[in-house]
Write a protein that binds this ligand. Structure first.
Ligand code: NAD
Length: 300
């Protein structure tokens, strides 16, 4: 293995530490405490784990955490009413509605009812438009985390060839916009891309956000390229015992690591950065709301 392993866990701990320092200064100098409200509808087990861990880390960096757990049958009207209250609440600077929502709720309608200034997930149509036009916006957490790691690795990304595999609204598209804004030459590949291997071979930066276990092998990777593996896939692991599973990324780790210059592991790469960036976005939202300087190095 020749690639440098990009330690997302350590990087995320560093980001959270910087957020905590800034939060402490806001308290001391301005008597301000950033607040993050997380809304969970229903009892999806994975969502419950995410929400618990977001709440815990929010408190750990010194912010206020407000959790709103609603039952699965909650009506759209009641959910929109709660979001309206959170929009109007000055102690709430960030609002996150945990996705996916139960089927009877219109996700687009719900997300677009959040005040764009408090939309710390960056999914509101206004933030999507602001990002696409290069204006100040709230940036989706996972692509922001990837960007931070890439900037840390390379300094300037200007002129680099970047291939993003996946065109989802939450990862692929915003990732491509951010790389474009940092002056990369960006290709977005997806399920209909012809000869994906050839496309990926051109890339100095590969961001894989597909959701297919180990689909990118090492012989698709240009020697020395940086590989950011966003995928989180649970696969059977009979070697660990009957019924056991393990997490793998979208890249075949060992073979990509033979060729790449740097690579993020799964787990321990992009994953921890996502929550760290959620906290960074909440801090940014609080600073903007109060007309204060934004935290340096924690925004796009
Ligand atoms: P998605 O299902 O919304 O999008 C997947 C994309 O992959 C689509 O745009 C599709 O065109 C593309 N695709 C599908 N098959 C393909 C193929 N054979 N070749 C090329 N492209 C193909 O998924 P998503 O929400 O963007 O998530 C992608 C992965 O990232 C998932 O594994 C998800 O769990 C993970 N994820 C991780 C984090 C994190 O914090 N690390 C956050 C969000 C998503």
């Amino acid at each position: 293995m020749s690639a440098q392993v990009i330690d997302g866990k350590a990087f995320a701990a560093d980001v959270r530490g910087r957020v905590a320092e800034h939060v402490a200064r806001l308290k001391a100098d301005h008597d301000l405490t950033p607040g993050l409200a997380v809304v969970l509808v229903g009892e999806d087990p994975a969502s419950q784990v995410y929400v618990r861990s977001k709440g815990k880390m929010t408190v750990e960096v010194g912010m206020n955490s407000f959790e709103h757990k609603l039952d699965a049958g909650t009506s759209e009207k009641d959910l929109l009413e709660l979001i309206g209250q959170l929009n109007a609440d000055p102690s709430v600077h960030g609002i996150l509605v945990q996705l996916p929502l139960p089927r009877h709720l219109n996700e687009d309608l719900v997300i677009n009812s959040i005040d764009p200034a408090k939309d710390v997930d960056g999914f509101h149509i206004s933030n999507v438009g602001l990002l696409a036009t290069g204006q100040k916006s709230m940036v989706p957490c996972t692509p922001l985390g990837c960007l931070m790691m890439l900037r840390n690795q390379h300094g300037s990304l200007s002129g680099m060839d970047a291939v993003v595999i996946g065109r989802s609204n939450i990862v692929g598209k915003p990732m491509a916009q951010l790389l474009l804004r940092d002056s990369c030459t960006v290709t977005i590949a997806h399920s209909r891309t012809k000869d994906l291997a050839e496309v990926v071979r051109r890339a100095d930066i590969v961001v894989a956000a597909v959701g297919r276990p180990e689909m990118v092998p090492g012989d698709w990777i240009k020697p020395g390229a940086t590989v950011i593996d966003v995928g989180i896939n649970r696969v059977d692991a009979p070697e660990k015992g009957e019924g056991k599973t393990r997490l793998v990324g979208d890249c075949l780790y060992e073979s990509c690591a033979e060729v790449a210059g740097a690579i993020t592991p799964v787990p321990g790469g992009v994953g921890p950065m996502t929550i760290a960036c959620l906290l960074a976005n909440t801090l940014t939202a609080c600073c903007r709301e109060n007309g204060l300087a934004e935290p340096e190095g924690l925004t796009a």
